[in-house]
Structure formats: C-alpha cells, structure tokens
Write a protein that binds this ligand. Structure first.
Ligand code: GLN
Length: 190
C-alpha cells in the first residue's frame, strides 16, 4: 500500500513529480538525506543528469540506504533515474545502483536539440496512447529475465518493470497526463 512517496531531490526534475503526486492526492516528501526515506513506500528517482545525481548519491551516503530501501519497497526511475537503477551503463563516470536487470545506452537519441515527444503504446491502456517526452533520453540495450515491458515507442521498450521496481526512458511527469504515476501506484497497492 502506498502511504507516502519520496522524491529524490538531489538534482533534476523532482518538483514536477511532486506536483503530479499532489494532483493525485498522494502524500509525498522531497528526499535529500537518507533518513528521509523512512516511512516512504516508494522512491522516485527523477530525470536530470545521471552523472550529477550519481555523484550526490555517493557524497550524501545514499547508496546503501537506497539499496536497502529497495529490498522491501519500490523504486521508480525516470530517464536519468532509470540509468541509475540499471545494472550497467557503458560509462565509468557514474555508478549504477543495479536494482533492476537491464542495461542502457545514455543519450541514445542524440543531443539536447534532438529531444522530442512521441505517442507511446501503453500495455495497460490500449485505448489511448501516451504523449512521452524524451529529453536526451537513454535507450534500453539489454533486458534481463523477469523484466516486463509496460510501454513501447516504435516497438522499443520505454517503460519496464520487474514487478517491484519501475523505469521509464521518458519523462511521465511532464504534461498533465497522470496515467503512468497512477498505474504504478495501482500496481504497488495490488
Ligand atoms: N542524458 C541524461 C543522462 O544521461 C538524462 C536526461 C534526462 O534525464 N532527461 O543523465
């Protein structure tokens, strides 16, 4: 049951996740220190700059607390947040948390100027597509066992889950469509 959602607020687009949770009436807190994870059932790691967030995770001694938290709670990583919860990135200047069994390529669509929006197919709502915003987005390069694809863009996976944790290559907190956040809350509550 989701009673309280933490939004990791070290760098990136945390305020827009908070705004969306407020719209949904979900109690939430911005998390800047490990002890603030207490009493949360879900932690959102926002998009931003994965190298910057990774450095701050190390500096604020967040690494082990997030790994421990993830053993009995859920994590939702968007864009840079997805890169951080992956198992491998072909880069040495950031340290993924290896919370889900998949690999990504960073900045796989090009530079900032190549950012775009596109209509995604949602596995959990086939009546209506979802406008996804891809901002210097990563691409999934490898999916491990037990990973379910929840949304695709041009047949490529853009939202995945292992049952407990969730990740999107796009920014579901941008725009007014709350379906991604709602779906995740529903799944955790099941
Ligand atoms: N390109 C960024 C990174 O690699 C991710 C961009 C984003 O989160 N919108 O960290």
């Amino acid at each position: 049951m989701v009673n309280r959602v933490g939004v990791l607020a070290l760098q990136g687009n945390y305020n827009q996740h908070k705004r969306m949770l407020n719209v949904l009436g979900i109690t939430n807190v911005l998390v800047q220190y490990p002890q603030e994870l207490e009493n949360c059932d879900l932690l959102i790691i926002p998009g931003g700059e994965s190298t910057a967030i990774s450095k701050q995770i190390e500096r604020n001694n967040f690494r082990q607390p997030i790994i421990n938290f993830a053993k009995s709670n859920s994590i939702f990583g968007t864009c840079a947040g997805m890169i951080l919860i992956s198992s491998s990135v072909k880069e040495t200047n950031l340290k993924p948390l290896s919370l889900m069994d998949f690999e990504v390529n960073r900045n796989a669509f090009g530079r900032q100027i190549d950012s775009f929006s596109g209509n995604l197919l949602l596995e959990f709502d086939d009546l209506d597509s979802f406008k996804g915003f891809f901002i210097r987005a990563p691409k999934v390069s490898q999916l491990g066992n037990g990973i379910e694809i929840l949304a695709t863009y041009k047949k490529q996976p853009v939202m995945i889950s292992n049952g407990r944790h969730f990740a999107t290559t796009f920014h579901p907190e941008i725009g007014g469509d709350c379906r991604i956040h709602e779906h995740i809350m529903g799944k955790i509550n099941e």
